[in-house]
Design a protein around this ligand. Structure first.
Ligand code: IPM
Ligand code: MG
Length: 360
């Protein structure tokens, strides 16, 4: 089959990790007889350097005209990069938020799974890790604090900054439906995370999630306050199957969840709209401190490419092949620096890509 993929290398380590993911996709094409045609799209700092803005309409059109988008990472060092001299809405991150909004990617799925091979890299004690854990965070991605009205004002020499956290019931309902649909294919448990003891938006969230739950009698629904969830993730991560939460809580909790899997360099993600279309990117950032040094772990991007095969292109066997290849290379003892442990073999970004492509 033929597919059109938009590739967004982005900034920092982005180009390196996307290159390795593409290598793995090429191996998939060779093995299963598909053709992927790629068009490169500029986003973030890379787009600012060429066009002066972090996302152009052309870039959005190219993304829309493809079957799926595979992205690396965007952003630079806020202290030293000239991108951060620009107004906030012209900076790299604004481009990422804008493309999420333009493509209506309201559902961000972030699986956090402990590879048995990476138990050594997991910072939790053995008695907590137990048999391991396997959860997926379903993060609302186009609402909440990220997209609410914001402003900074000054009165009598005192500055005030305001951000607004707003959700309507339709936004809550559609992400809740996604979470319950996913739970039906897994262990049938949804933990909805909010701050309903303080926030109105969370109280509405809770009531809409309860309404949606009525259509899924087989799924167990539990509500959890976000502060407790942060604690439970390191106390008993195995209790979670699907975590459903709003944009900002999901941003924070997914970084925490990734760390208990050993490294944020392992965590993939899919951002979906209500069709098959999606944007796939690692959950981690652009790590400008190690960019261009062949040190970055490309696995999160490679696993994001596997999610792309599965969710947008319906290529399940191909996705399995990529996931199994990652597992094999880890089982063989290969590690990038972030997941290195005693007795394993240290390798770079490019070699990790070669090994996984060969294992496909
Ligand atoms: C993420 C990132 C982004 C976010 C940043 C880069 C705007 O942290 O994808 O988790 O906060 O959503
Ligand atoms: Mg984040």
């Amino acid at each position: 089959m033929e597919y059109k993929i938009a590739l967004i290398p982005g900034d920092g380590i982005g180009p390196e990790i996307v290159r390795e993911a593409r290598k793995v996709l090429d191996a998939v094409c060779a093995k299963f007889g598909h053709t992927f045609s790629y068009s490169e799209v500029l986003l973030g700092g890379a787009s600012i350097d060429v066009h002066g803005i972090p996302l152009t309409e052309d870039a959005v059109d190219t993304a829309k005209g493809s079957d799926a988008v595979l992205m690396g990472s965007i952003g630079g060092d806020a202290k030293t990069s000239p991108w951060y001299q620009l107004e906030p809405d012209k900076r790299p991150e604004a481009g990422l938020l804008a493309i999420r909004k333009a493509l209506n990617l309201f559902a961000n799925l972030r699986p956090a799974y402990l590879y048995q091979e990476l138990k050594e890299a997991c910072p939790l004690k053995e008695e907590i890790i137990g048999e391991g854990f396997d959860m997926i965070i379903v993060r609302e991605l186009t609402g909440g604090l990220y997209f609410g009205e914001r402003k900074t004002t000054e009165e009598n020499g005192i500055k005030t900054a305001v951000d607004t956290l707003s959700y309507n019931e339709n936004e809550i309902r559609r992400i809740a439906v996604k979470a319950f649909d996913i739970a039906m294919k897994r262990r049938k448990k949804v933990t909805s995370v909010d701050k309903a003891n303080v926030l109105d938006s969370s109280r509405l969230w809770r009531s809409i999630v309860e309404e949606v739950a009525e259509d899924y009698p087989e799924v167990t629904l539990e509500h959890m306050l976000v502060d407790n969830c942060a604690m439970q993730l390191v106390h008993d991560p195995a209790q979670f199957d699907v975590i459903l939460t709003e944009n900002m809580f999901g941003d924070i909790l997914s970084d925490e969840a990734s760390m208990v899997t050993g490294s944020i360099g392992m965590l993939s993600s899919a951002s979906l709209n209500d069709t098959k279309f999606g944007l796939y990117e690692p959950s981690h950032g652009s790590a400008p401190d190690i960019a261009g040094q062949n040190k970055a772990n490309p696995i999160a991007t490679i696993l994001s490419a596997a999610m792309m095969l599965r969710y947008s292109l319906d290529l399940d066997k191909e996705a399995d092949a990529v996931e199994e290849a990652v597992q094999k290379v880890l089982a063989d003892g290969w590690r990038t620096g972030d997941i290195m442990s005693e007795g394993c073999m240290l390798t770079g970004t490019e070699q990790m890509g070669d090994l996984i492509a060969a294992a496909v």
